[in-house]
Design a binder for this molecule. Structure first.
Ligand code: FES
Ligand SMILES: [Fe+2]
Length: 356
């Protein structure tokens, strides 16, 4: 789907992070699939023993995609000259053309493979910084949706966006588009726009909208209200691309992790992973939630497809106070991360005001 989307101007990408590369749920033993992540072509697969792997989809010999070859559930074999690789380590196990006179040891050769882990039905792939070597000793934890009970339901939504990851992310944290892009009878109306005060505080690599009584004019919060317990919500944004939202009312909870992932430097994809124990026993809740969630994501997607039309002309852009302040913090956090210089843009708790 991404391939037919026009890419706008590129963004600088953050490496040395876990990104969601593709759904692992449908990846059967002995099967592979391909993906594009931060401009890197990937071969994702599941070995017969159940482990998932992510290789750079390029043979180290002469560059043909490994996905053109074969996978027997244990080893990936290149189509061109038949080199074989253990896909988790990338180690070459066989070079068919070698004779007894050759001194080349295939096992000294490695295809590029990346750490790959499953969370929330998705393959998360760690893309190291350039020059970081084959394996980084200590990797950050794999992101996942927080869960607050043993039993829960979950859902996933995804949409390709034709803009670069920065536009995707600031669209994600932008409060002012809600009444215009997401107006619908079941959610809220444009007329319900009212002044809001939000409390932000710095957290490592991001910021938190402090726990507060949530927006009175949005439907999901009203749903949790039926339990008659006080509702608290927390929204965290964390580099490079993650928005965690947690809503709790007593024992009941709803949590989501939304990521905007660079597919290439000028295109991205939004994924929403949600889990909840609200209405656990009510049939069809997952279907209904997914339907409304998909509509919500599609509204963002359609808007960004239109925005991409304009961005092709590389217009100068504006970020205003206070509604675009989170976007300004994002750019400051990203610059600090990429350059290794600069401080956290929030020195302490901050209040922002806007109408939405
Ligand atoms: S290009 Fe893959 S084995 Fe030669
Ligand atoms: Fe939106």
């Amino acid at each position: 789907m991404t391939s037919n989307l026009q890419g706008g101007p590129p963004a600088e990408l953050i490496f040395g992070e876990w990104y969601p590369a593709g759904r692992s749920a449908g990846l059967k033993k002995g099967k592979t699939t391909t993906a594009l992540l931060c401009g890197v072509p990937l071969l994702l697969g599941r070995k017969n023993d159940g482990t998932v792997f992510a290789m750079r989809d390029l043979c180290p010999h002469r560059g043909i995609p490994l996905s053109a070859g074969w996978f027997d559930g244990n080893e990936v074999q290149c189509k061109y000259h038949g080199w074989k690789f253990e896909p988790c380590s990338g180690q070459c196990t066989e070079i068919p053309s070698l004779t007894g006179l050759d001194i080349l040891q295939p096992t000294k050769i490695y295809a590029t493979s990346y750490p790959c882990e499953e969370r929330d039905g998705t393959c998360w792939v760690y893309l190291p910084e350039a020059g970081a070597g084959r394996r980084t000793a200590e990797l950050p934890p794999v992101p996942e949706v927080p869960k607050f009970s043993a039993k829960f339901r979950s859902a996933h939504l995804t949409a390709d966006l034709p803009c670069n990851v920065d536009h995707g992310i600031i669209g994600l944290m932008d409060p002012a588009h809600g009444p215009f892009v997401h107006q619908a009878w079941w959610w809220r109306s444009r007329a319900s726009i009212h002044e809001k005060t939000k409390h932000f505080e710095p957290i490592p690599g991001g910021f938190r909208i402090s726990s507060h009584a949530p927006s009175a004019n949005s439907a999901p919060y009203k749903l949790l209200g039926v339990y008659g317990e006080p509702i608290t919500t927390t929204i965290d944004f964390v580099l490079p691309n993650r928005r965690y939202e947690t809503i709790r009312a007593g024992e009941k909870w709803f949590a989501s992790l939304t990521t905007v992932t660079p597919v290439t430097a000028s295109t991205c994809r939004i994924d929403v992973y949600a889990a909840w124990n609200v209405f656990y026993n009510v049939p069809l809740v997952k279907t209904i939630a997914t339907f409304f969630g998909a509509r919500f994501v599609r509204q963002d997607q359609e808007t960004m497809i239109e925005q991409a039309q304009g961005l092709r002309f590389r217009p100068a852009l504006m970020l205003i106070d206070d509604a675009d302040q989170p976007a300004k913090w994002y750019f400051a956090l990203k610059q600090a991360r990429l350059t290794g210089i600069g401080e956290h843009p929030l020195k302490g708790p901050v209040e922002l005001h806007w109408r939405s």
